[in-house]
Design a protein around this ligand. Structure first.
Ligand SMILES: [Zn+2]
Length: 102
């Protein structure tokens, strides 16, 4: 198998053929595509697509086929205490205390 040195400056890694998950936003929608063939650097994670793969990704994003699955979406927790999750939790608590008063 041919080795392909990483393009990143001073990176000692080599690209490996992998199937990756690609998440893209298009028109306000988050589109997640799995099984995307890519070359991924074993050291720094730099990711390359062939022109064919890029064109296919572009096509799928613009005119998505029916999804193969629907997944729950998670947000990385914020560390400053001002996350939407924290807001939602305090709002839920407020509603709960209102309900108890009624
Ligand atoms: Zn690299």
């Amino acid at each position: 198998m041919m080795t392909r040195p990483c393009h990143m400056p001073n990176c000692p890694g080599e690209y490996e053929d992998r199937k990756i998950v690609r998440a893209t936003r298009f028109g306000g929608q988050l589109i997640v595509i799995e099984g995307v063939p890519a070359e991924v650097c074993s050291f720094c994670g730099d990711t390359l697509f062939t022109p064919d793969t890029s064109a296919t990704l572009e096509r799928v994003v613009r005119t998505p086929p029916p999804p193969v699955a629907m997944l729950p979406l998670y947000r990385y927790p914020a560390t400053d205490g001002a996350s939407p999750l924290a807001d939602a939790a305090s709002e839920a608590t407020a509603h709960a205390s209102n309900a108890r008063r009624e």
